[in-house]
Ligand binder design. Structure first.
Ligand code: DX5
Ligand code: ZN
Length: 228
């Protein structure tokens, strides 16, 4: 229970997944994120190999970088991230997140991201244990706990992931580190309270945020308790 208090003191951030944006109006959508106080833009890169879907990549990121100063939170769902992280850094990423389940060497990939002057994050799929990231925590800026199977927006939150968020946050606190815990998939005005209580402080949201009538209010609901 002790961490309810602690997680409340963490600064919370909302990272908007542009997978749910209108791609033909991307410039306008980004302006909307800025105008509604969204903290970060979550950029989901899928290669059709690591996950069963293909999205967008380097040229789109370069165009996005040209029109905004918002923090670009790049989530690589690709088989060999080490091969591409330098190019994502050069294309404007502020945070590069890759999967522990990918083919690349984990520590080498983290170090390469950081050597490019970019913040490094490590993601785990729902079936991967919390403990698998522990040895990497001292080298990381953020851990991403997938709360759905990666590949598609609009899926339902998997409640079993809450215990992993809790275990990772507890380890970070135990080690006295300053590592963010991000959650991605099925995050909305209801599930947000549970993930924050468990220790997450960076909340990715796609379908909930982009479908909201009032994006600023929706973002606020993700970051704080609206009940009182
Ligand atoms: C899924 C992606 C997510 C997705 C989240 O593989 O990594 O970022 O866009 O979308 P929602 O919030 O709709 O679950
Ligand atoms: Zn994502």
């Amino acid at each position: 229970m002790s961490y309810i208090g602690r997680s409340d003191k963490l600064k919370n951030y909302v990272s908007a997944s542009v997978l749910s944006a209108d791609m033909l109006e991307l410039g306008r959508e980004i302006k909307k994120l800025e105008d509604n106080g969204i903290d970060m833009l979550h950029f989901d890169v899928m290669d059709g190999i690591f996950v069963n879907n293909i999205t967008f990549g380097l040229p789109v990121l370069q165009q996005v970088r040209k029109v905004t100063d918002i923090t670009l939170d790049v989530h690589l769902m690709i088989a060999d991230p080490l091969k591409y992280v330098q190019r994502f850094a050069e294309s404007g990423a502020d945070i590069i997140c890759f999967h522990i389940e990918s083919d690349s060497d984990t520590l080498e990939t983290i170090k390469t991201i950081r050597s490019c002057g970019v913040r490094a994050a490590l993601a785990i799929k729902p079936a991967t244990s919390a403990e698998s990231v522990f040895e990497y925590l001292p080298y990381l800026d953020m851990v991403l706990v997938m709360t759905v199977e990666p590949g598609f927006g609009g899926q339902s939150f998997i409640p079993e992931t809450l215990d992993k968020i809790r275990a990772i946050r507890q380890k970070i606190t135990e080690l006295g580190l300053n590592v963010n815990v991000e959650v991605d998939g099925g995050i909305n005005g209801t599930t947000s309270a549970a993930v924050r209580e468990a220790g997450a402080n960076v909340l990715v949201s796609g379908s909930y945020l982009f479908a909201a009538d009032n994006m600023a209010e929706a973002a606020k609901a993700l970051k704080e308790d609206m009940s009182c």
